[in-house]
Design a binder for this molecule. Structure first.
Ligand code: CS2
Ligand code: MG
Length: 402
C-alpha cells in the first residue's frame, strides 16, 4: 500500500483550516488536520517542503514507523509546528487503514468502551447576568456540562467572551488585537458567577471554567479554594504549565479538579503532572499531540494515575480533529469529557461528517475511517485569510499570558 501523493489544502470558511490529503496506490485516500491557529502557514511549509516529499513511496500500513521517522528522524523534536504536521500524517494514515479494513476507526482501536460521548459547550456573556442566561440556553439545548466565562467589570475585552452565543472565535484580526486582564477583578467576579449559576440552576449539571494561564500558582490555589463550594467539573489552565512543578502548590490547597494540556505537544509535557497526580484531566488532543498514535500513549500513561481525558475541541481544531477525537473518545478506557465548540454551517459544509450532537452527547459515526471528508471544490472558494489570536495586556500595558 504505497503512498502515491500527499497534498496540503488550505481553506478559510470563516476561519483557516489546514488539511493533509494522502492517496495510496489503488486509490484509497485519507485526510488529517494540521491547523495551528494563527500560525497556519508555518505548518503548510513544514509539510510541503519537508514531509510530503519524503512520504512518497512509503508503505502507508506502517503508521508507527512513519511516526517515528517523522519524530526522531527530524532530529528537532517536539514543538507545535512539527507535532501538527506529524499528527496530520498520522490521522490520514489511520483513516486509510480503517477504510481498507472496512471499519470505523474506533473498531480498529479496540472497539467502543461507551455508546455516546459527553461533551461540554461554551456559555459566555459580557457580564454575570448574560452568562447566567447563556448557561440556561445550553441547559435548554440538552447539555449536561457547560463551561462558563464572563466579562469582568472594569476590564476591557476579557478572555472567553465571544462575539455571538454559539460560535466563539478568538482569532479576530490579521495582526493581534489587544485584550485586557486584571487578576484582582477576576478573583472578585468568577466565584460570584458560579455562586449565581448554582443558585439559579442547582447542582445537577457539570460546570467548568477556563483560567487561560492567567493566574500565578498562589492565585490559582486561592481561586480553586473559592470555587470549591460550587463543585466544578474542572478548573482549566489555572496557571502556565511550562514548569510542571507549579501545580504542586495549587494541588496542595484545593480539591477543585484541575485540567491542563491544550498547548502541550507530547507525553513529555505532561509526564510529571500525571505521575505526581497533580491534575485530574489531560486536555491534549489529536492534532495538538501527534495524532492517534501519540495521544493513545498519553492516555495510557494517564490511566495508571486515574487521570482522565478531556480533549481540546475548540473551533480552531477542524471537523477532522473532532471526528477523529470522537473515535478516540469512544475507545479510550479513561475517558472524561470532550470539549465541543460548534463549527459554523460554512465549515460543516466544507467538511462533511457523520458525527452528531444529541442530548448533551456526541454520537460517533459508523462509516469506515474517521468519518470526515473534505469538499475540495467548496474549500477552494474560501482562500486563506491571515488571522491571529489576540494578546493580553494588564492595565499598565504589561504583556500577560493568553
Ligand atoms: C480555549 C481555546 O477551548 C479552550 O479551552 O482555551 O479556545 C483556545 O483559546 C484556542 O483553541 C486557541 O486557539
Ligand atoms: Mg482552554
Amino acid at each position: 500500500m504505497k503512498i502515491k501523493s500527499a497534498r496540503v489544502i488550505v481553506t478559510c470558511p470563516g476561519r483557516n483550516f489546514v488539511t493533509l490529503k494522502i492517496e495510496v496506490e489503488g486509490g484509497l485516500t485519507g485526510i488529517g488536520d494540521a491547523t495551528l491557529n494563527g500560525r497556519e502557514m508555518a505548518v503548510v511549509a513544514y509539510l510541503q517542503e519537508h514531509v510530503c516529499p519524503a512520504l512518497i513511496g512509503m508503505d502507508a500500513r506502517r503508521i508507527e514507523d512513519i511516526w517515528q521517522f517523522l519524530y526522531r528522524g527530524a532530529y528537532w523534536r517536539r514543538g507545535p509546528v512539527t507535532i501538527r504536521a506529524i499528527a496530520a500524517v498520522d490521522v490520514a494514515l489511520w483513516d486509510i487503514k480503517a477504510k481498507a479494513a472496512g471499519m470505523p476507526l474506533y473498531d480498529l482501536l479496540g472497539g467502543k468502551s461507551r455508546d455516546r460521548i459527553m461533551v461540554y459547550g461554551h456559555a459566555n456573556g459580557a457580564d454575570i447576568d448574560e452568562t447566567v442566561d447563556a448557561v440556561g440556553q445550553y441547559i435548554a439545548m440538552g447539555y449536561k456540562a457547560i463551561r462558563a466565562q464572563t466579562g469582568i467589570p472594569g476590564v476591557e475585552k476579557t478572555y472567553g467572551v465571544g462575539r455571538g452565543t454559539m460560535f466563539y472565535e478568538p482569532a479576530d484580526a490579521a495582526l493581534p488585537s489587544v485584550t485586557g486582564w486584571d487578576t484582582r477583578k477576576a478573583l472578585n467576579t468568577i466565584p460570584r458567577l458560579f455562586e449565581r449559576l448554582r443558585d439559579t440552576y442547582g447542582f445537577d449539571h457539570h460546570l467548568l471554567h477556563d483560567g487561560h494561564h492567567r493566574y500565578t500558582p498562589q492565585e490559582a490555589a486561592h481561586l480553586g479554594k473559592l470555587l470549591e463550594p460550587f463543585q466544578l467539573f474542572w478548573l482549566e489552565d489555572c496557571t502556565p504549565a511550562e514548569n510542571q512543578e507549579a501545580f504542586k502548590l495549587v494541588r496542595q490547597h484545593t480539591t477543585t479538579p484541575l485540567a491542563v494540556g491544550e498547548v502541550f505537544n507530547t507525553i513529555w509535557d505532561c509526564k510529571d503532572l500525571i505521575q505526581h497526580q497533580l491534575i485530574d484531566y489531560i486536555r491534549t488532543t489529536i492534532v495538538g499531540a501527534g495524532g492517534v498514535t501519540h495521544l493513545r500513549r498519553i492516555a495510557d500513561l494517564a490511566s495508571l494515575y486515574q487521570v482522565r481525558t478531556g480533549c481540546h475541541g475548540a473551533t480552531d481544531l477542524s471537523p477532522v480533529t473532532m471526528g477523529t477525537a470522537l473515535h478516540f473518545d469512544s475507545w479510550v478506557p479513561n475517558f472524561g469529557i470532550q470539549e465541543y465548540m460548534r463549527h459554523t454551517p460554512e465549515t460543516d459544509a466544507v467538511f462533511p461528517h457523520d458525527y452528531r450532537f444529541e442530548d448533551g452527547h456526541m454520537i460517533v459515526g459508523e462509516t469506515a475511517g474517521h468519518g470526515v471528508t473534505i469538499d475540495e471544490e467548496l474549500a477552494a472558494k474560501y482562500p486563506y485569510t491571515p488571522m491571529q489570536l489576540p494578546v493580553a495586556r494588564l492595565e499598565d500595558g504589561t504583556l500577560w499570558n493568553w
